[in-house]
Write a protein that binds this ligand. Structure first.
Ligand code: ATP
Length: 294
């Protein structure tokens, strides 16, 4: 049997940064995460031993770690060969590694019994960003990103995603954010969370003051090219332009009926200066379902 499964990348429609937590030193976050059609694709076949092929990503691959953890907890699936068609930019703030690991967990459910509680537990242990990717869609994530609340989809919109040629280390961006004193106090974070959640639960677009990534000044401070991409997106008609996660990828949002056409035209225009620029659409759980192939 052969399973093919998409691992959609994500963007952060907003990311508010709070103080470091005492227990693990990670920053508190309030972030809205949206899965997008720019996705990796995993092809999974039965084999004689587990192996993962993923060009451009050094071992240990998060998919291998996911498989090891599942087996260590008694999951009885057959040995698997996993081939990854990597489309989501690597170490770029689009959560590609987390999305791949989450896709592996979704595939594991189909291959052998996997109690939901165990899938959730393994996801949380693999990384704070994995639980939010277990079911593609729109979610509010809090804690260090591991507490996930599903949200109804927003009005019709499209995105233009602008990757960069370089990587940014997540740890360095957070350290720069601390140096620039960007984190909010815990009480401020709560004040920001409530109106954000209220608007999103009603399916409304939060106001522009809430569509902010607190890590943006840190990413721009480390690499000015990120600021240039944001300006280029605005000049190409994006209603909002934001950095995703800790960058360096940025993206623009286009709203309304003709959003897909406008985003496609903007991506074509931006590709001259930013070669990987691509239009994308938001996706839901259906985009992440495993499909069987002969
Ligand atoms: P996040 O937003 O989750 O912090 P990111 O989007 O910035 O992550 P990823 O593409 O997930 O970045 O890669 C982060 C690191 O994870 C890379 O340096 C890479 O070596 C490692 N990694 C392990 N497995 C994978 C995978 N399947 N895809 C991408 N990166 C992986």
């Amino acid at each position: 049997m052969r399973l093919v499964i998409k691992a959609p990348g994500k963007v952060n429609l907003c990311l508010f940064l709070g103080p470091r937590r005492k227990e693990d030193g990670r920053h508190e976050l309030v972030t809205v995460i949206e899965s997008v059609s720019l996705a990796d694709e995993l092809t999974i076949t039965e084999s004689s031993a587990d192996s993962v092929r993923c060009l451009g990503v050094p071992e240990p691959n998060l998919i291998s770690t996911a498989l090891q953890q599942l087996r260590a907890r008694g999951w009885q699936g057959p040995p698997l060969e996993v081939d990854v068609d990597k489309r989501v930019p690597i170490a770029a703030g689009m959560g590609g590694g987390s999305a791949d690991a989450a896709a592996m967990l979704r595939a594991a459910r189909v291959l052998a019994p996997l109690p939901e509680e165990l899938a959730q537990q393994v996801a949380a242990e693999l990384g704070a960003d994995v639980p939010s990717q277990l079911e593609p869609g729109l979610v509010l994530a809090t804690g260090a990103g591991e507490r996930v609340q599903p949200l109804p989809p927003l009005a019709a919109h499209a995105l233009v995603i602008v990757p960069q040629r370089f990587h940014l280390s997540t740890a360095k961006v957070y350290a720069e954010a601390d140096r620039l004193r960007l984190p909010h106090a815990a009480s401020e974070l709560e004040v920001l969370r409530l109106p954000l959640l209220g608007a999103l639960r009603r399916g409304e677009l939060p106001s522009d003051e809430l569509l902010v990534n607190d890590l943006e000044p840190a990413a721009v401070s480390l690499r000015s090219e990120v600021g240039a991409a944001l300006e280029a997106l605005r000049a190409a008609g994006a209603e909002q332009a934001l950095v995703s996660g800790s960058g360096p990828t940025s993206f623009g949002l286009y709203w309304g009926e003709d959003c897909a056409d406008r985003a496609a035209a903007a991506a074509a225009q931006l590709r001259v200066r930013f070669p990987g620029a691509t239009a994308a659409l938001p996706v839901g759980a259906d985009a992440g379902r495993p499909r069987q192939r002969a």
